[in-house]
Design a binder for this molecule. Structure first.
Ligand SMILES: [Zn+2]
Length: 307
C-alpha cells in the first residue's frame, strides 16, 4: 500500500469515499445473513442500540444504499442498519478463500488500522467476515425502522442528495436570502448533504466562485438562479461524479474496499495545493489558503475573484 511521506490535513470521508466503500461492501453484504455479530466495546461515537447484535443475527441484508455520507443496509426484519464512518472508520472484508478485500493501512498514523481498533466483527452466512475498524471512534451504527428511514433522526433534517438532480434552480431555492459565505452554505448538511471541505473547495474553483461570496448572491431578486448558480450546480455534480468514478480520494489513504487505492487525489485542483500554480489554462494565479470556520479553504484569488 502506498504511503504518503508527509502528513496531510485530516478530513472526513465525503460522499465519493462513502460511495466507494458502499460499492466495495455490497457484494459481501447484500443477500447474506448475519451469522454472528461481535461487539468489542459498548459504544463508538454513541452507544450501540439495545440488543444490537441480537437484532442483526439471523437477518439478511436486502440492500445496501447510501444517503449523503451514511451507509444504509436494509434488513429483512424491517429495520435498517445505518452506518457512519466518522473520521477514520473503515471496513475490512475477509473472504472464505483467505483473500482479504481491504488490507487496510489506509491511514498515515501507525496505530490506525490495527486489530485493537476492530470494534465490530460481522460473520456472514457466506463465510465472509466484515470487520469495522475505527481508531478515532467518531463513526457509529444505529438501527432504525425501514418504513420511516427518511424521517429517522439521522435523515429528517438532511438536505438534498447532490447527485440526485442538483440544478441552478435548486441552489437558488436553497440559497435565497442567505448571507452566509458560499463555503459555509455548501458545507451545511441541511441544504445539500454529503459535501465536505475537499469537494466544496474543488467545486468552487471549477465554478470560479469566491468562497467568501454570500450564498444569496447566486440568486436573482425574483428567486431565479444566476449563471453562477448554474455553474456551481454543474461543478458540484461533475466533481462528485468524477471522484466516484475514480473511486474516492486517496488523500487519507481511503482505499477501495478491494484494497486498491483511489486515484482522485491526483485530480485535485486546489485542495492542499497552497502556493502551487492554478491549473486553469491561462490563469497564471496560484493557490491561496484562508481559514473559514476553523477549516482551511483553498482557492485561486485570480480566477475566483471576490466581486
Ligand atoms: Zn486560477
Amino acid at each position: 500500500m502506498r504511503r504518503h511521506a508527509r502528513k496531510v490535513a485530516r478530513e472526513m470521508p465525503e460522499l465519493p469515499e462513502v460511495e466507494t466503500v458502499r460499492r466495495g461492501l455490497a457484494p459481501a453484504l447484500v443477500g447474506a445473513r448475519f451469522s454472528r455479530v461481535t461487539l468489542r466495546r459498548a459504544n463508538l461515537r454513541f452507544p450501540f442500540p439495545d440488543r444490537f447484535a441480537a437484532r442483526l443475527e439471523g437477518r439478511t441484508v436486502t440492500d445496501l444504499a447510501r444517503r449523503a455520507k451514511y451507509l444504509t443496509a436494509a434488513l429483512d426484519s424491517g429495520e435498517t442498519l445505518v452506518m457512519h464512518l466518522g473520521m477514520s472508520g473503515r471496513f475490512d472484508v475477509a473472504l472464505p478463500d483467505g483473500s482479504n478485500l481491504s488490507p487496510g493501512d489506509f491511514y498515515l498514523e501507525g496505530a490506525q488500522g490495527t486489530p485493537k481498533h476492530d470494534h465490530v466483527v460481522m460473520a456472514m452466512s457466506t463465510g465472509a467476515t466484515v470487520t469495522y475498524n475505527d481508531a478515532r471512534r467518531f463513526g457509529f451504527m444505529d438501527l432504525v425502522p425501514s418504513a420511516d428511514l427518511a424521517g429517522c433522526r439521522h435523515f429528517a433534517r438532511m438536505g438534498i442528495e447532490p447527485l440526485d438532480g442538483l440544478t441552478g434552480a435548486v441552489i437558488a431555492q436553497l440559497f435565497r436570502h442567505k448571507i452566509a459565505p458560499l463555503k459555509a452554505a455548501l458545507l451545511d448538511q441541511r441544504l445539500i448533504a454529503g459535501l465536505g471541505n475537499i469537494y466544496v473547495c474543488e467545486a468552487l474553483h471549477r465554478a470560479r466562485l469566491h468562497p467568501e461570496a454570500p450564498a444569496g448572491s447566486l440568486v436573482r431578486p425574483d428567486g431565479r438562479p444566476t449563471p453562477k448558480a448554474n455553474a456551481l450546480a454543474k461543478a458540484i455534480v461533475k466533481v462528485l461524479q468524477e471522484a466516484v468514478e475514480a473511486g474516492g480520494s486517496t488523500l487519507r489513504d481511503y482505499a477501495h474496499t478491494d484494497g486498491s487505492a483511489g486515484a482522485f487525489q491526483h485530480a485535485f485542483r486546489v485542495y492542499d495545493r497552497v502556493g502551487l500554480s492554478c491549473s486553469r489554462p491561462g490563469c497564471g494565479g496560484s493557490i491561496t489558503r484562508i481559514v473559514q470556520a476553523n477549516r482551511s479553504t483553498f482557492f485561486c484569488a485570480t480566477c475566483q475573484p471576490p466581486d
